[in-house]
Design a protein around this ligand. Structure first.
Ligand code: EPZ
Length: 419
């Protein structure tokens, strides 16, 4: 398992480029199953999670090929409607193939995703929604078996906002017979990009004040789509500049998807200036200011930036409170940040962070994707050397993050270790 050795203390200076959205690419790949032919996705990030989703599609019989940052998915040979546990357990978004498979082929057998680093992540909304559309669902030894001669349009209200369940049901409803109304859908930009792709494929989807109206069609056609930049990667770089100091020019930055994040890091003291439609210049502050903040579904402050913000506030001048309203136990990074000298306590779904004057390098362990990003940026600021183990977590969501940071003044070495 690869390790990072991070030599802290240097400020960041220079230009850093944002890649394609991981969480945007994965549902687009699943949507390819809704049609026969070659779907092409440009600007996709070269990440482990995209490779895993490619393998899930290959199990269904699809051919997945293409150059770096370009995916071609040919579903003409799809003939096996299953997603196996050994793949789904490594990446929860594999579960998104359930809806498209049952909508297009009338049946699917998809492994339930396991939990994740910070606890159970249920899929009850995915299943209730598919049942509302007429699918027969049964849990067979950890696999969800879904069957439906055809899906039937229905009204379904999400009792909480779910990105994955919204993606799953929008895709399934496009081929249902009749009209579906999905109420209290996720508004994340990645969902809107999926809706754009489905419309281009021929789906009839209308945005309503409280959700989406989908009028089922008989057939969809394969299309080409370009992936939007990754707002969470971009937010991670804003956090890095805020904590490590210096000035970062972030290119291919989806500024329109970052209002809440930019507001929060400005409140922490960062000075941000738009230098082009997708160019943001971030100046780190001398003093980091404390705050009280809660995460929320889009357009609120994203839970996927919660760990990175906590690393920043660990050196604020005062006490901060971060409450995660999306995942109540997403705090595995707290123990690791404390090894670097942070002073954090957790109460329920809130973390209380007493700012400290400095962080000092230590050996720490990555537990999940965004926690590892938080530890990398904390290591950039910490005095001395930070050793980060299990770097495969970060490789799931950030393409060569050490190369990008080293190009702007960081000193991160990747120590390759045989598995
Ligand atoms: C997506 O996960 C993202 N993953 C997550 O990013 C992100 O943290 C999350 O949305 C919230 O924004 C991808 O897009 C691949 P949810 P998802 O369904 O869809 C509860 C990252 O770091 N819930 O919106 O799985 C759930 O427990 C990853 O890139 C149910 O109760 O998240 C949570 O409390 C981590 N029942 C809340 O809803 C369900 O059936 C939001 O989860 C589904 C979800």
């Amino acid at each position: 398992m690869d390790k990072f050795v991070i030599h802290g203390g240097g400020k960041l200076r220079g230009t850093i480029m944002v890649g394609g959205s991981k969480n945007g690419t994965l549902p687009l790949m699943a949507a390819a199953l809704l049609t026969k032919g070659v779907t092409s996705i440009s600007g996709s990030p070269h990440l482990q999670d995209v490779a895993t989703m490619s393998n899930v599609l290959r199990v269904s019989g699809a051919r997945v090929y293409g150059k770096r940052h370009e995916l071609k998915i040919d579903t003409a040979t799809c003939n096996h409607f299953e997603a196996p546990y050994d793949l789904v357990k490594t990446m929860r978004a594999s579960f998104y193939v359930l809806g498209p498979l049952v909508a297009r082929y009338g049946r699917a057998r998809v492994s339930l995703p396991g939990g994740c680093a910070w606890g159970p992540r249920p899929v009850d909304l995915h299943l209730k929604g598919l049942e509302a559309l007429g699918a027969q669902i049964k849990n067979d030894h950890g696999y969800i078996e879904a069957r439906a001669k055809y899906l039937v349009g229905a009204t379904f209200e999400f009792d909480k906002v779910s990105v994955g369940a919204t993606a799953q049901l929008v895709m399934a409803a496009t081929l249902a017979r009749g009209v579906s109304r999905l109420v209290n859908t996720a508004k994340e930009p990645e969902i809107l990009m999926l809706v754009q792709m489905l419309r281009k494929m021929g789906a009839q989807i209308q945005e309503l004040p409280d959700g989406l109206k989908i009028t089922g069609v008989r057939k969809l056609k394969p299309v080409h789509i370009t992936v939007m930049p990754d707002r969470i990667e971009a937010g991670t770089y804003i956090a890095a500049a805020t904590l490590a100091g210096g000035s970062l020019r972030i290119e291919n930055c989806p500024i329109d998807h970052l209002s809440a994040a930019m507001d929060v890091f400005s409140r922490a003291g960062a000075v941000m200036k738009k230098a082009g439609p997708r160019v943001l210049v971030v100046q780190g502050p001398k003093v980091i200011k404390p705050m009280e903040i809660s995460t929320a579904p889009f357009p609120g402050f994203p839970t996927d930036l919660q760990a990175q913000l906590m690393a920043v506030l660990s050196m604020a001048r005062g006490t901060s409170i971060i409450t995660d309203t999306v995942y109540h136990d997403r705090f595995t990074h707290v123990a690791e940040l404390k090894r670097l000298g942070a002073d954090i306590s957790v109460s329920g779904n809130s973390a209380i962070i007493q700012g400290v004057a400095s962080l000092t390098g230590a050996e720490v362990m990555a537990t999940d994707l965004r926690a590892s990003a938080a530890l990398v940026i904390a290591g950039l600021r910490a005095r001395g050397t930070t050793k980060l183990d299990r770097v495969y977590h970060i490789d799931r969501g950030y393409e060569h993050i050490e190369e990008k940071f080293n190009a702007v003044g960081a000193r991160i070495e990747r120590i390759k270790e045989a598995m």
